[in-house]
Design a protein around this ligand. Structure first.
Ligand SMILES: *Cc1c(COP(=O)(O)O)cnc(C)c1O
Length: 396
C-alpha cells in the first residue's frame, strides 16, 4: 500500500471511527492516546519562547490529547479546524460571541434549543445584537428576513423537542448571497447522519455531551469551521479563554469509537418504538423525521443518512386542564425510562416538554408533548414500560 494514501480515506464509517484522530505508533504502540494534563509548556531557550516556536505553547491552546479528538472530529465533519469547549451550550455561545458585534442582526430558528434562546434573549441582546426568530420551515424564504446588518443565521435540524426539519442547503445559499455566517446545531444527527459543511453551513456545532460521549457522564461541545471561518473561530475561543479539559477529551475520543454501533442501535429501536406508538389510540401524533407521516420527512430523506434515538409524541388528551396531570402520571409510572434532560447516553429517558418559550411554533392543542430518548435496552421492555405510562395516564 502507498503509505501517502490514508487507508481510512474510502473506508466505512465504523472503520474510520475505530482509527481516526490518533495513531498508536505515535506513542509506543499503546492503542489509546496519553492524557496530557498541562498548563505550563516549557521552551528550550529564550528565542524559542519569544517566537513561540514549537507545536504546543500553553495548556489552553491544545495538547496531544485534545488534538487527537479535534483531528477525529475534523475527519468526520470535513472541517478545517475544531475547537473544544466545556459544554454543548458553550459550543453555541462561543461562535455567537466570535462572529457577532453590537449593531448586528442575527436570525435564529424558532425551534432552537431553549438555553440557546435564553443566551440570545439575555446576554447577546445586552451586548447590542438584535435577535429575530424565524419559522423552521422557511427555507429559501429566509432571504426576505435578511437585512443589511444581518451577520449570522443559526439553524438546528431537526428542531429541539418538536423535530421540525430545515432546508439547510436553501437557507445557506440565501444567507451566503448576503455575506451571513451560517451556523448549525447538529447534535441530533451527529456528523455520521448529516454533514453540515457539505450543505453550505460554515460552523457546525455539536453537544458532544450527547452521542459522542454516550454514557451520561461527560459535558463537552465541539465547534467545527470551514476554512473561511476557522481563524476567527479559533481566535474567539483563545480570546475567551475557553477550552476543553484533557480527561474529558480522552473520554470523548473513547466514546467516538463506538458511536457508530450505538447510533445504529438507537436508530433501529427508536424507529420501532415510534412506529408502534403511531398505531396506539393513546397517541395523537408522533414527531419523528424518519416517519413518512412526519411533515419534514421528505427533507430528512433527501439530506440525512439516518435518524437517532430521540423523538416526541403527543399524548391524546381532550381536556386541556388534564394535559399536565396526565403527562405527569405517564412519567411517574415509568420504571425503565429515567426522567432526565441530557440524552445521548445508553439509557432511555422521558421528559414532559414545555414549549412556552416558542414565539412561532407553538404547542399542539391535541395533548401534552412527551419526548423520549430510546436507549440501548431491549425494545420489548421499553414498550412494556410505555404501556405502564399509558395505563397510569388513562386512570387520571
Ligand atoms: C443538549 C444540547 C445542547 C447543550 O449541550 P450541554 O452539553 O448539555 O450544554 C445544545 N444543543 C442541543 C440541540 C442539545 O440537545
Amino acid at each position: 500500500m502507498n503509505d501517502k494514501v490514508s487507508p481510512l480515506e474510502n473506508a466505512g464509517v465504523n472503520t474510520r471511527l475505530a482509527h481516526i484522530g490518533y495513531s498508536p505508533s505515535d506513542y509506543h504502540g499503546f492503542v489509546n492516546p496519553p492524557v496530557v494534563h498541562a498548563s505550563t509548556v516549557l521552551f528550550p531557550n529564550a528565542r524559542a519562547m519569544e517566537m513561540r516556536d514549537q507545536k504546543y505553547t500553553y495548556g489552553t491552546r491544545g495538547t496531544p490529547t485534545t488534538d487527537a479528538l479535534c483531528e477525529a472530529i475534523d475527519e468526520l465533519e470535513g472541517s478545517a479546524g475544531t475547537i473544544l469547549v466545556p459544554s454543548g451550550l458553550a459550543a453555541v455561545t462561543v461562535p455567537f460571541l466570535g462572529f457577532l458585534s453590537a449593531g448586528d442582526h442575527a436570525l435564529i430558528v424558532d425551534s432552537v434549543y431553549t438555553p440557546t434562546r435564553h443566551f440570545c434573549d439575555t446576554m447577546l441582546t445586552r451586548l447590542g445584537v438584535e435577535v429575530e426568530y424565524y419559522h423552521p420551515l422557511i427555507g429559501a424564504g429566509i432571504e426576505q428576513l435578511i437585512r443589511p446588518n444581518t451577520k449570522l443565521v443559526h439553524t438546528e435540524a431537526p428542531g429541539s423537542n418538536t423535530f421540525e426539519m430545515q432546508d439547510i442547503g436553501a437557507i445557506s445559499a440565501a444567507a451566503h448571497r448576503h455575506g451571513c455566517v451560517v451556523s448549525m446545531d447538529n447534535t441530533w444527527a451527529t456528523p455520521l447522519y448529516f454533514k453540515p459543511l457539505d450543505h453550505g453551513v460554515d460552523i457546525s456545532i455539536h453537544a458532544a455531551t450527547k452521542y459522542p460521549a454516550g454514557h451520561s457522564d461527560i459535558l463537552m461541545g465541539t465547534v467545527s469551521a470551514n476554512a473561511a471561518h476557522w481563524e476567527r473561530l479559533k481566535d474567539a475561543t483563545v480570546t475567551l479563554g475557553i477550552c476543553g479539559a484533557p480527561d474529558d477529551a480522552y473520554q470523548l475520543l473513547r466514546g467516538l469509537r463506538t458511536m457508530g454501533v450505538r447510533l445504529a442501535r438507537h436508530q433501529e429501536s427508536a424507529l420501532a418504538v415510534a412506529q408502534w406508538l403511531e398505531g396506539r389510540e393513546e397517541v395523537a401524533k408522533v414527531l419523528h423525521p424518519a416517519l413518512p407521516s412526519f411533515p419534514g420527512h421528505e427533507l430528512w430523506k433527501r439530506d440525512f443518512k439516518g435518524s437517532s434515538g430521540i423523538f416526541s409524541f403527543v399524548l391524546a388528551v381532550d381536556d386541556q386542564a388534564k394535559f399536565k396531570p396526565k403527562a405527569h402520571a405517564f412519567l411517574d409510572a415509568l420504571k425503565i425510562f429515567g426522567l432526565g434532560w441530557s440524552w445521548g447516553g445508553y439509557e432511555s429517558l422521558a421528559v414532559h416538554v414545555n414549549l412556552n418559550d416558542r414565539r412561532i411554533c407553538k404547542a399542539s392543542s391535541e395533548g401534552p408533548l412527551i419526548r423520549l430518548q430510546i436507549g440501548l435496552e431491549d425494545v420489548a421492555d421499553i414498550k412494556v414500560d410505555v404501556e405502564r405510562g399509558f395505563a397510569a395516564a388513562k386512570a387520571v
